[in-house]
Design a protein around this ligand. Structure first.
Ligand code: ADP
Length: 768
């Protein structure tokens, strides 16, 4: 077989001459049948050939010659020329195998066609056996299968593409029959769901779908089947390894030529992550949106707040560039509009500097602070126009410690400064005054705790005014109680405090002082401070004592002759009455009246001297206040005809005290009320029960008393001076005696008066 050239032989069989005679008839038959065969073979579209037992060709049909494009057998015999080099070996191998085994064979190889193209042919050979079953060779046919091969190649290619596509879609591919049943092996599905072959057959695959998604899946599926449309859906599947996962499903119906669904090819794609990612994005988007909204809101608030601020606000970045400022800032700095609009840092800075008394200090501080962002600053800027602005600067430091900006605030404190200055000045004035005056000047808080004492005060007492028990150490123990009471009265009435007390000097000697305290009130009228003065009245007191001594002596000396005169005048009155000498009796009666007045005066004077020497005796008894008042009024009305006394008595209770002396007080008040209201015709007396006591008041509608007078009427010998004062007779001792009596009774006496309208004298007595 190595001699390939010998394979191809003529179309005629060769035979020996010896057999010729015997086989002539037979030969004639054969010839006939051969010519039939040839005619048939030549007409066939198939290449037909025969080879002998050695593989050498013995016949080619015409179609074969036409195919190769030759006319002679020799031109075909060189197979190397007509068989594709790549197919030569395999072709030879198959052929020689077939010859040795004498079996039918089949092979595919490429032959060079007359037009120069390689054509695939399918060659099939069948062994030819002789009468004695001897092997004669092969008869074969070759068919051009190029088109088929190409189609096959295309199919293979498309399959490859399909596989690649499957791999690429990352999904699970499955097929269902026309109604949606899973039939046969579904390896992808089984792997995904973990369902066994049995478990997914038919419609059972649906048990892998989430129960909540099952019905919607079925509904959508039925619709797709009905419409023969692509099934697109999303549902949850229980996966073998990852539990419930969300899948997108897409299934396409494969239709036959008649448009009937043959099967469904579907893909499940896991979109859990994708969905979660999308959800996260959505969430983060909405979070971001809400954050932005919040931020916008906060920014708006901040902006509104900044604008509403009474302070100027300026925000600059780390390099000193203006970020923002409020309206007030531009007002404080009188910033011209162009600079404001342009937010021009340079221009703003130089404009600011031009307005200041000390621009260098200003700019140095700014520079220093920008270089030292951990520091804050508070300073005052003095403007050339006299304005004073408080500047507050602090860095805006981020959480990471890096510093972003400087925040400056500017507060116009010009007014505040001028107030401060005025306060300091007035304080200074007060100090100078307090230090210059010969009096001991002091200032306490509303509770009497010292806040200031002049150096005279300190020099006199040698005490620490701010110590706790200053008052006790300073005031004579006997005067302390009265002082405190008077003080409390002033607290109640809010009036200037007046009294006298002995103050101990640093040598331990007590000197009489006039105590005056002026309450300082706030705008609500509440007392917040006391400013007072102690005036040394020691000499005055001495003089007063001498006067008293003289008075005491004189009244004593006067008393005896006056009493004698009174006794004699009474005797003379009686004698004259008997003699019926009416004219002389009238004169003596007038004399007696004057003697009585004189007697009262002497009694008063004696009372005073007794009071000052502590010799006034108190006769205590229990009596009804209203009864006493009625008695005094009745008595008084018998002599006074000018005024009607109207009483509103509402203190029908028992009190204990010196009834006579209290009657004397009331009498005195009524006398004054009548005396100092010559144009009026009524006096009102009130009594009522008040806190811990009774209160009595005598009101007149007379000349009234000035503010200063009100504070002093209870002083000994004090008489209000004024134009008409001389027309009122008196010595200025009545109210002094009243005050002393009431003091002894543990009560209080004070006056309320409006000049020209009248006065009300009040007496308060304790009931306990
Ligand atoms: P006198 O003897 O002067 O009346 P008093 O001690 O009774 O002495 O009164 C002292 C001063 O108080 C009087 O001089 C008078 O100026 C004034 N005074 C007292 N009561 C009244 C009153 N009801 N109306 C006006 N002034 C009064």
């Amino acid at each position: 077989m190595s001699d390939k050239k010998n394979w191809i032989v003529g179309a005629q069989r060769t035979g020996s001459t010896a057999e010729k005679s015997n086989t002539d008839r037979t030969q004639a038959h054969v010839k006939e049948s051969e010519s039939h065969f040839r005619a048939m073979a030549d007409a066939s579209p198939v290449l037909i050939w025969t080879i002998d037992a050695h593989g050498s060709p013995t016949y080619y049909n015409k179609t074969f010659f036409d195919f190769i494009g030759v006319t002679k057998t020799e031109d075909i015999s060189d197979w190397e020329k007509i068989v594709h080099p790549d197919d030569l070996d395999s072709t030879m191998k198959t052929l020689s195998m077939a010859i040795s085994e004498r079996h039918p064979y089949s092979l595919e190889c490429r032959l060079l066609r007359a037009d120069g193209t390689w054509r695939w042919v399918l060659a099939q050979g069948n062994p030819i056996l002789g009468a004695n079953n001897e092997f004669l060779g092969f008869v074969g046919s070759s068919v051009d299968i190029t088109e088929r091969r190409e189609a096959e190649a295309r199919i293979k290619e498309s399959e490859k593409k399909f596989e690649a596509a499957i791999l690429a879609v990352e999904g699970i591919i499955w097929t269902n029959n026309a109604v949606g049943e899973m039939v046969g092996e579904q390896p992808g599905w089984a792997k995904l769901t973990g369902q066994s072959f049995e478990e997914y057959q038919g419609f059972k695959w649906s048990s892998a779908v989430h129960p909540d998604d099952a019905q919607p899946t079925v509904d959508a599926w039925n619709k797709a089947v009905r419409d023969k449309s692509t099934f697109v859906f999303e549902h949850r599947l229980k996966t073998q390894h990852n539990g419930w996962r969300l899948f997108s499903v897409k299934a396409v119906p494969a239709l036959d030529e008649k448009g009937i669904i043959k099967q469904w090819v579907g893909v499940h794609t896991d979109i859990t992550e994708q969905r979660e990612a999308a959800k996260k994005i959505r969430e983060s988007e909405s979070y971001f949106r809400s954050l932005t909204e919040k931020l916008t809101y906060r920014t708006a608030l901040l902006e509104a707040h900044n604008q509403a601020s009474v302070d100027g606000i300026l925000l600059v970045d780390a390099k000193g560039k203006i970020i923002s400022f409020n309206q007030r800032f531009t007002e404080i700095w009188n910033m011209p509009q162009p600079i404001v609009d342009a937010k021009d840092d340079e221009a703003a800075l130089s404009f600011a500097m031009a307005q200041l008394v000390n621009p260098q200090l200003f700019i140095d501080k700014v520079k220093y602070l920008y270089e030292h962002p951990t520091e804050t600053s508070l300073d005052e800027l003095e403007f050339k126009d006299g304005k004073i602005v408080e500047r507050n600067g602090y860095p805006v430091i981020g959480e990471d410690g890096s510093y972003y900006a400087w925040s400056w605030t500017f507060k116009d404190i010009t007014k505040q400064k001028s107030y401060e200055k005025a306060i300091i000045e007035s304080e200074q004035r007060f100090r100078i005054l307090a230090e210059t005056l010969p009096q001991l000047i002091w200032m306490t808080n509303e509770k009497g705790i010292y806040e200031y004492a002049s150096s005279h005060w300190i020099n006199y007492s040698g005490l620490d005014p701010y110590a706790k028990d200053t008052w006790q150490k300073l005031i004579h123990p006997q005067d302390l109680k009265a002082l405190r009471q008077g003080w409390e009265n002033s607290l109640q009435t809010g009036k200037t405090y007046h009294s006298e007390a002995r103050l101990k000097n640093k040598k331990g000697v007590y000197n009489w002082h006039l105590v005056q305290g002026e309450p300082i009130k706030n705008e609500k009228g509440t007392i917040i401070k006391w400013i007072g003065a102690f005036t040394d009245i020691e000499n005055l007191k001495e003089e007063q004592k001498q006067k008293n001594d003289f008075l005491s002596m004189a009244s004593h000396e006067l008393r005896t002759p006056v009493t004698t005169i009174k006794a004699y005048s009474q005797i003379i009155e009686r004698i004259l009455a008997e003699k019926d000498d009416v004219q002389t009796l009238g004169m003596v009666k007038k004399m007696s009246k004057q003697v009585n007045s004189l007697n009262t005066l002497i009694t008063d004077l004696l009372d005073i001297t007794r009071m000052q020497t502590g010799g006034l005796i108190r006769n205590e008894s229990v009596f009804n206040l209203d009864d006493l008042v009625k008695e005094v009024i009745d008595d008084f009305q018998t002599t006074s005809v000018t005024h009607q006394i109207i009483d509103n008595l509402d203190a029908d209770i028992s009190i204990s005290g010196d009834k006579n002396k209290l009657g004397q007080v009331l009498n005195n008040l009524l006398s004054n009320a009548t005396k100092y209201s010559p144009a009026a015709d009524r006096i009102i007396i009130d009594t009522k029960v008040v806190n811990d006591g009774v209160q009595l008041s005598v009101q007149d509608f007379g000349i009234g008393i000035s503010m200063e007078g009100q504070q002093r009427v209870f002083e000994q010998f004090y008489r209000v001076t004024g134009e008409n004062q001389a027309t009122f007779q008196g010595m200025g001792i009545g109210l002094y005696i009243c005050a002393e009596i009431i003091k002894k009774e543990g009560g209080n006496i004070w006056v309320d008066s409006i000049k020209g309208e009248g006065s009300v004298f009040y007496v308060w007595l304790p009931t306990d």
